[in-house]
Design a protein around this ligand. Structure first.
Ligand code: ATP
Ligand code: ZN
Length: 299
């Protein structure tokens, strides 16, 4: 596969980011065929191939220009960035977009039965984590001296094994913590997936495709919450109804054949439409209300 004519994008091979990453690419129009080894996906309708790897390898693959692009959690990216700085080199990945998936936070959690009264309670404690650099930055910013116990995994059982007093790990719903009799006490950092690119300049053909992908990604992100609403309404109720349509620009008003006092309203709403909104619309005089998903949008 030619590096001059095809983009190479690193994606997590199997994990929490895999499905949403592939979903984003599909929404951007990419058709991927996966080879027998499952390591590489070939873009059938775009000059873009996907390399499936461990998420921890993605920052370096992009920074070293093995891949042109990468989809990775901000947490992994920041940890690597801090590690490189600690080693006296600079990180060179360039972030292109923040994305609306992979949301989680790096948090400190304490065993349920222990007391916790704010950051001061961390003083002199042992905190187990796979994110030593981010934890260190946090502790320094709070001027707290604590011992960082760096583990490579299974952080949540460290307190029970007596290896640490607290942990610092990724949390989204908190159910893993709960299952391990831990409770979240402090947020160290928020995270989500990001798209990064190589520091090396791209040849014109590839650069143009990156631009095209970015426009599509922006379109995909924009329509995620968007809905298309259609409804019938008395002309007199239009001002009230327009106020109720969440995040919509000027709606299209169409006369209703045979009913001079009634109109059809079509509007794109840039926010989620909840049942409450529909009920309020009905109260305001709307009928025949339809809410449709928006598949694509190009500004
Ligand atoms: P790999 O084998 O690729 O190294 P992993 O075990 O490190 O996988 P996953 O648990 O699949 O990684 O998480 C990948 C990324 O998903 C995380 O780095 C983070 O950005 C994001 N994420 C979102 N929610 C969570 C969560 N609740 N726990 C862990 N990661 C989460
Ligand atoms: Zn990982």
């Amino acid at each position: 596969m030619d590096r001059e004519t095809r983009l190479r994008l690193a994606v997590q091979k199997s994990g929490r980011l895999t499905e949403p990453s592939l979903d984003l690419l599909t929404r951007c129009g990419l058709k991927l065929s996966r080879g027998k080894d499952q390591l590489m996906g070939f873009g059938e309708n775009m000059p873009l191939d996907v390399l499936f790897v461990r998420d921890d390898d993605i920052p370096d693959l992009v920074q070293e220009d093995v891949c042109d692009l990468g989809l990775v959690g901000l947490n992994v990216l920041e940890e690597r960035q801090l590690e490189l700085i600690a080693r006296g080199t600079a990180a060179r990945f360039e972030k292109l977009r923040d994305l609306d998936f992979g949301r989680c936070r790096l948090s400190i959690a304490a065993p349920n039965e222990t007391r916790f009264e704010g950051a001061e309670s961390l003083r002199g404690k042992r905190i187990a984590t796979t994110y030593p650099y981010m934890l260190d930055r946090f502790l320094k910013s709070m001027q707290i001296n604590a011992e960082i116990v760096t583990l490579s995994g299974a952080v949540e059982i460290a307190p029970r094994l007596g290896r640490a007093d607290l942990i610092c790990d990724l949390v989204s719903t908190g159910s893993t913590l709960q299952a391990n009799h831990l409770r979240e006490v402090l947020t160290v950092a928020e995270s989500h997936a990001v798209l990064i690119r190589t520091p090396v300049p791209l040849v014109e053909f590839k650069a143009a495709w990156v631009e095209r992908m970015l426009l599509r990604i922006d379109g995909v992100e924009r329509v995620k919450e968007s809905k298309y609403i259609m409804l019938h309404a008395p002309r007199a109720a239009l001002p009230a109804i327009r106020k109720l349509l969440p995040g919509s620009e000027s709606p299209t008003i169409i006369p209703l054949e045979g009913f001079p006092e009634r109109v059809v309203v079509h509007a794109v709403c840039r926010e989620n439409v909840f049942w409450e909104t529909l009920e309020n619309l009905k109260q305001a005089g709307a009928s025949a209300v339809l809410v449709l998903p928006v598949e694509k949008m190009l500004a």
